[in-house]
Write a protein that binds this ligand. Structure first.
Ligand SMILES: [Zn+2]
Length: 235
C-alpha cells in the first residue's frame, strides 16, 4: 500500500509542481495539487487494500487446502473445512481511508504554504518544485504510518473473516517481539482466541484483530486445533 500511495503522491506532485517563479502561480498550483491529492489518494488506498485482502484470503486458502489434505489422509473426510469466501469489507476501506488521507492532503497544503511564505520572507526566489518537495517531505511520515496501519487492518480483518467461517480454527495473536514492541501487544503474544470472540483489549473491551494501534506490527495467525475440531464435531 505504501508503494502505491507514494507513487500516487509523486504523480500528483509532478503534475502540479510548477517551475515558474511567480508566487501567484505557485499558490494556485498548491491548491490544485492538494485538491487532487484529496480526491485521488482514497481511491488508491482502497485499491491497495483490495489487493491486500486478496493476498490474505489466498494464504488462508493455502492453509485450508493443507488442512483438508491432512484430514482426508486421516479419513476425516466428513468434516473437511470449506475454502473461505471473501468478505465484503473492501468497500468500507475507501471510507476508512477518506478522512485520514484528506487530513494528509490538508497537512501537505499547509506545509506548502508555509514553505512558500518562508521563501518569500527570506527574499529567496521560490520555485514550485522546491516548495512541493519540502511539503511532501514534511508530511510523508503521516502517509507511511497510515499505509502500514491500514495494510495491517485489511490483512488481518480479511483473515479473521475467512477463519470465522470455520468452527475448528483458532487464531493466535503474534506480536513482533523486540525493543519497539509495546507492553499491550507483548502481553497478548501467543494468546489463542476464537475468531468471533476476539481478545481482551487493554481497556477491558474486546479486540477482534490487529492492529492494536498505529504502527502495530502484530498479526493474527491461524491455528488449526485438533481440540477445537473435536469440540465442533461433538457440538
Ligand atoms: Zn501490536
Amino acid at each position: 500500500m505504501l508503494a502505491r500511495l507514494r507513487e500516487a503522491v509523486r504523480i500528483v506532485i509532478e503534475h502540479h509542481a510548477t517551475t515558474s517563479a511567480g508566487a501567484a502561480a505557485i499558490n494556485s498550483s498548491i491548491n490544485q495539487a492538494a485538491a487532487a491529492l484529496e480526491r485521488h489518494l482514497p481511491r488508491v488506498a482502497a485499491a491497495a487494500s483490495a489487493e491486500t485482502r486478496s493476498a490474505a484470503l489466498r494464504t488462508l486458502w493455502d492453509d485450508t487446502s493443507a488442512l483438508r489434505k491432512a484430514m482426508a489422509a486421516r479419513g476425516e473426510s466428513d468434516a473437511l473445512p470449506e475454502p473461505p469466501l471473501p468478505s465484503e469489507s473492501a468497500r468500507d476501506d475507501r471510507k476508512r481511508a477518506s478522512q485520514p488521507l484528506a487530513a494528509f492532503a490538508g497537512a501537505w497544503r499547509a506545509s506548502a504554504f508555509a514553505a512558500l511564505a518562508d521563501a518569500a520572507s527570506s527574499g529567496r526566489k521560490p520555485t514550485g518544485v522546491a516548495i512541493f518537495n519540502t511539503a511532501t517531505g514534511e508530511t510523508a511520515y503521516r502517509i507511511e504510518r497510515f499505509a502500514a496501519t491500514e495494510n495491517a487492518h485489511a490483512f488481518n480483518s480479511e483473515r479473521i473473516h475467512g477463519v470465522s467461517q470455520h468452527t475448528h480454527v483458532n487464531m493466535r495473536w503474534d506480536a513482533t517481539l523486540d525493543e519497539r514492541t509495546c507492553d499491550d501487544c507483548a502481553d497478548l503474544d501467543g494468546e489463542l482466541a476464537e475468531p468471533g470472540s476476539g481478545w481482551e483489549s487493554p481497556d477491558g473491551g474486546r479486540i477482534y484483530h490487529p492492529p492494536m494501534h498505529a504502527n502495530c506490527r502484530c498479526v493474527a495467525t491461524t491455528v488449526f486445533s485438533r481440540e477445537a475440531l473435536r469440540a465442533s464435531e461433538a457440538a
